[in-house]
Ligand binder design. Sequence first.
Ligand SMILES: C[S@@+](CC[C@H](N)C(=O)[O-])C[C@H]1O[C@@H](n2cnc3c(N)ncnc32)[C@H](O)[C@@H]1O
Length: 279
Amino acid sequence: MLKQPAKMIYDLRQHKSLRKAYLKQQIRNSQFPTRELSELFSEPQQKIESLRREYSELQLSTELKDKVTKKRRETKWNGGGQIGEEIELLYIVTRLLEPDRIIETGVSAGYSTAFILTALKKNGHGQLRSIDLPVYQSDTDPYDEFGSYLPDGEKSGWAIPDGLRDQWELYEGKSSEHLNSILKDWRSIDVFFHDSGHTYHTMRWEYDTAWPHIRPGGVLASDDIYLPRLRDLGDPFGDFAKRENISPITYSEMGILPVSDSGRLRTQKRRAMRRLRDY
Ligand SMILES: C[S@@+](CC[C@H](N)C(=O)[O-])C[C@H]1O[C@@H](n2cnc3c(N)ncnc32)[C@H](O)[C@@H]1O
């Protein structure tokens, strides 16, 4: 007979592989947040549904997959990972928000970059600046679970179709080298999207650094929000959302945090308090 079933379930969840399976199931079961997006952007749900149809009809996934398959066939490269289903949320948010300025960290082959650029092209305006530390297969563990490394001789974003590059600038190196100077140049941005190094430190540093520059009405988006928990590295996205007192909109592994006027005031107040404390 089970003496303490609740404790047993708790103990089982502490077991890494079971916790991983539990979280993965949660991710798989996630529903596309049509209602939440409709409320956030004050658009009818039909508009979100029509953008979902637009996304499903894009030829881009096929084009990217063909390029990656060809490269794998022709070289010894076995990277490239997969196009995550969460990219749909990023695409639709970019279409709804019609941003002028987006910063992205983490490019690799360029899947998310290509979808953001497609959305900007359809919007008819907007610039994307992406930061990526180029990593090659020879630099990494060949069993890297995502295969986010570049084929020899290729640059970050190598798979992005040429016709999408007009609204794009690439900054090679770590986010810690480039993010502050891009923010200083642009001052205010509409969207910050994280998909670079998924350690607690990098994720929190990027969120904390970009957040004060996102205009009210803009969003912070992050991929792989559950990954640090799966790796016992804590919950940087959850902790950040809690600190800002915002319920995120999530789909698969993507999280979106909208910036409101009141949220912006809270951030300013916290910074003023910190300045007073340090004075
Ligand atoms: C998960 S991949 C990006 C995937 C891409 N967003 C996509 O949808 O295909 C992560 C990328 O971030 C890069 N990276 C890792 N740490 C970084 C850092 N601190 N700053 C900038 N890029 C980083 C890696 O080299 C890799 O190219």
